[in-house]
Design a protein around this ligand. Structure first.
Ligand SMILES: [Ca+2]
Length: 174
């Protein structure tokens, strides 16, 4: 930080017409323009930045937290759609949908009563995929909701069947 002290000359005094006559009356004038530029942030500016960061944290964090759950719901819907495509392919080859509660296994390994089986119908190498919350998808054929087809669902975040966060292949609330 460099502070230069110079004696005023008549020209300087002539320029100081904006209410700085007290400085002009003193013997020396401190030129501190370089001090102003290198001084960094003032306390007010720092406080303002902290307030803005506080507002951003309050707004942004809950939104992203919610997005994660929305993304898992979407992933479960997409996976159920993929199961449905594979189950339709199974039905085309064999004339029926895989039966019972373990029916999804028939997409990977041929059941005993499927001589025209042309699977595997899923590319998953780790077996039948679990839902985004780490639990198995629930399958039943014939279904309780889709009586002429099959029910497939995820119990959602809470892991309990039959409430509103479930992801299903039937219309919920009916
Ligand atoms: Ca649930």
């Amino acid at each position: 930080m460099k502070i230069t002290i110079t004696k005023p000359n008549p020209n300087d005094e002539a320029r100081m017409t904006n209410g700085q006559s007290s400085a002009a009356n003193s013997s020396f004038v401190i030129r501190h323009s370089s001090f102003r530029r290198r001084g960094g942030f003032t306390l007010i500016e720092l406080l303002l930045v902290m307030v803005i960061l506080g507002i951003l944290a309050a707004i942004v964090v809950p939104k992203f937290a919610n997005r994660g759950e929305q993304a898992r719901q979407t992933a479960a819907k997409t996976q159920i759609g993929a199961f449905s495509t594979a189950l339709s392919a199974f039905e085309v080859d064999n004339g029926y949908y895989p039966r019972g509660k373990d029916g999804l296994m028939a997409l990977m390994k041929p059941p005993s009563d499927a001589p025209s089986w042309k699977g595997a119908y899923l590319e998953e190498k780790g077996g039948i995929p679990t839902d985004p919350w780490g639990r198995p998808y629930l399958y039943e054929c014939p279904g309780k909701h889709n009586t002429s087809g099959y029910d497939i669902s995820s119990a959602g975040f809470d892991g309990r069947e039959g409430n509103e966060d479930d992801v299903t292949n039937w219309q919920q609330g009916k």
